[in-house]
Design a protein around this ligand. Structure first.
Ligand SMILES: [Ca+2]
Ligand SMILES: [Ca+2]
Ligand SMILES: [Ca+2]
Ligand SMILES: [Ca+2]
Length: 308
């Protein structure tokens, strides 16, 4: 059984590699969602095999800059994970090290021009150009630390109706961030120093995302070995004069913001003994997957398959 499971995972990778998508990563299953605390700290991520960490050497920069940059200019580690039903959610954590905090815009629609993180989701690969569907078939989320007073720190870009923001709010999306030093401010940072900021998110994701809420939407149900259309792009800004200067992320081509064929895929790797328990009640329909699991060693075996 275990070999069959591994074959399925590797098979999925092969299929994906042959498709139009640009890069493939693996994400493990959260062992117990009830133990995850969305507070911007990674002390609840100790379970994750460091091999799943996505670092600059596994990323691409799509605005034409030398890559990777010096570590004091921009460095990051990104963890991505999924949970089974009933929790059934996407989790991610990122820690960025940066020599200049670039937070200048107040309008969340422009967060992409600041230090921020964009998350592009077309879990079921139904969408090519999802700007044309106004993000019902694929969604471009943005998160940024230190929002202006009264502004959300989470967003969905490029859709005029603010009703679409329902999935950026609790209980559907929970986002917390940290900043170190906590009183760091753009343009006031001593030369030669770095700041560190984190993003931590749990969010429900949708195969069809209605603009008005869950009633017309279709929740995505995670399962082992799924190939999820999912792209992460960091935006790196340094000063008030020049906008975003770098855009490192999980795809080597531009355009994922509107077209899933320009994005990356993540394969859902099961974790032995994982449960879907959660204290969160999203009040949405889910189906319960058989929590079949492979040994932790399967990840290493998958990697060895990939290396061939
Ligand atoms: Ca945490
Ligand atoms: Ca920098
Ligand atoms: Ca979709
Ligand atoms: Ca910056």
């Amino acid at each position: 059984m275990r070999k069959l499971f591994i074959a399925a995972a590797v098979g999925a990778f092969m299929v994906s590699a042959a498709s139009a998508h640009q890069q493939t990563y693996f994400m493990p299953q959260v062992p117990n969602p009830a133990n995850m605390v969305i507070d911007g700290n990674d002390d609840d991520w100790g379970w994750i095999d460091p091999a799943f960490g996505i670092t600059p050497d596994l990323m691409f920069e799509i605005l034409g800059n030398p890559w990777p940059p010096p570590k004091d200019d921009f460095d990051v580690i990104l963890y991505v994970a999924w949970s089974s039903a009933p929790d059934n959610a996407l989790y991610y954590f990122a820690r960025v090290t940066d020599d200049s905090l670039g937070l200048f815009v107040e309008n969340p629609q422009e967060y992409w021009n600041d230090d921020s993180l964009e998350i592009i989701i077309d879990a079921d690969h139904t969408s090519e150009n999802f700007n044309e569907t106004e993000m019902t078939s694929g969604q471009q989320y943005g998160v940024r630390i230190k929002p202006a007073a009264g502004q959300q720190d989470t967003w969905i870009y490029n859709v005029p109706q603010e009703s679409i923001l329902w999935s950026t709010r609790e209980p559907f999306m929970t986002f917390s961030w940290t900043l170190d030093p906590p009183d760091a401010e753009p343009m006031q940072q001593p030369a030669g120093t770095t700041v560190t900021y984190t993003y931590e998110v749990r969010q429900a994701i949708y195969d069809f995302h209605d603009k008005n809420g869950t009633a017309g939407s279709t929740r995505h149900n995670f399962a082992p070995d799924q190939v999820i259309g999912l792209t992460f792009q960091f935006d790196e800004r340094e000063n008030a004069e020049v906008g975003r200067e770098m855009q490192p992320g999980t795809t080597p081509v531009d355009g994922a913001f509107q077209d899933n064929s320009n994005g990356s895929d993540f394969i859902a790797v099961p974790t032995e003994g994982a449960v879907g328990t959660s204290v969160v009640d999203d009040n949405v329909d889910v189906f319960v997957e058989d929590p079949s699991a492979v040994e932790a060693a399967s990840w290493g075996r998958i990697k060895s398959q990939m290396a061939r």
